[in-house]
Design a protein around this ligand. Sequence first.
Ligand SMILES: *[C@@H]1O[C@H](CO)[C@@H](O)[C@H](O)[C@H]1NC(C)=O
Ligand SMILES: *[C@@H]1O[C@H](CO)[C@@H](O)[C@H](O)[C@H]1NC(C)=O
Ligand SMILES: *[C@@H]1O[C@H](CO)[C@@H](O)[C@H](O)[C@H]1NC(C)=O
Length: 396
Amino acid sequence: MATPSVSSFCFVILLCSAAAEALEGGFSVELIHRDSPNSPFYDPSETPFQRAEKAVRRSIARIRGLRSNDEGEPSAGISRIDGEYLINITIGTPPVSIMAIADTGSDLMWTQCQPCDVCFPQVLPLFIPRASSTYEQVHCVSDKCHLFEKTFCNTQGFTCQYSAVYGDQSYSEGNISTDIIGLSTLMGSAVPFPGMAFGCGFNNDGLFGIHTTGIVGLSAGNTSLVSQIGGNEGTLFSYCLVPFFSTSKLTFGRPLGPTPNSPFEVSGSSGPGAVTGNMIIDSGTTLTWLPSDLYRQIEPAVSAAIDLPRAKDPIAGYSLCYTSSGVLKGAPSITVHFTGADVVLNWYNAFFQVKEDITCFSFAPTDDLPIYGNLAQMDFRISYGALLFQPTDCAD
Ligand SMILES: *[C@@H]1O[C@H](CO)[C@@H](O)[C@H](O)[C@H]1NC(C)=O
Ligand SMILES: *[C@@H]1O[C@H](CO)[C@@H](O)[C@H](O)[C@H]1NC(C)=O
Ligand SMILES: *[C@@H]1O[C@H](CO)[C@@H](O)[C@H](O)[C@H]1NC(C)=O
């Protein structure tokens, strides 16, 4: 079965060539950190340290969410959906703005729609399918319906319905539909992608803030926005996170700028001595959660290398904290050994200043699914397909 691609959905020639052209040249869209000035959640009265503390607390809640989630396999990867990054896209004709949680851990893209049985409160207007001239509902015998996990047939209209339950019991149910998805590029133009399949949710609830309207799944899975845009040919897709709490970039097609000379190709394992292939690379989690046995080997080595006064952990998510501000003096060089490559971290990939004078080791132990969090990813361009880590100044 073919993965949806731009060409297989092309029905408006002009739009298709616009999309193809944009992909050819490569383009970037904003990945909005929820505490960055571009975010609707931004609170200008907060200090950077208050933001840091909240991010750490969310990270702890996210890993706890995973822990309580032993029975039901979540249909959508990571358990807590209130992740760290947002994406602003448009749907339909005329285009309607939606602000979704950008989730690299799941693939379904959905937004709240009218008429709605249960919708969590949102600031932006609900998407109204019948107001969009390019909206279509997917039939349940369609290939597009079977591409999605957990779909079933609405016997009244023979239309395709989905049901997504996340580990924290947040959920969405609705109609699998297609419409034009518009992405605004950082260069200021809007690129329309026709015929993108998404969920039009009419029964949604959970841990969603009022400034969000749903989720855009950005995993490598078949139905994610990036896979639909990229098609089978494996269009390059990458993201680059800017430290800290800044608007970052999601890049489609070729990344702008010179070709990397030494990208690290990794295949997602959690390090020496651990089972391979079991670590999630998650932009929605701030800390990095290592298997406890691995963490227990690393902590003494880190602690031995740093000759600074120890500080009490101010948030209770850490074990190694130091009295220090700015660059952490004597921070050991840490190399993450993935299968196939070594990723050499910057000091700020592994240490996080959480108070005016306290900096902590941002790796923590877990007995559940290990997660390579977003602090560890800052200033690396992370490409999908063959997973590549490329040291980059993401603010450029
Ligand atoms: C989302 O994008 C639209 C244009 O596509 C823009 O008008 C709107 O201000 C953006 N919203 C936010 C919160 O950035
Ligand atoms: C979902 O599909 C059903 C059956 O076609 C339809 O009655 C309902 O209005 C649709 N809901 C939304 C939100 O589009
Ligand atoms: C993608 O879809 C095909 C066909 O349904 C399926 O065989 C394959 O396992 C899917 N791949 C992923 C990563 O979900």
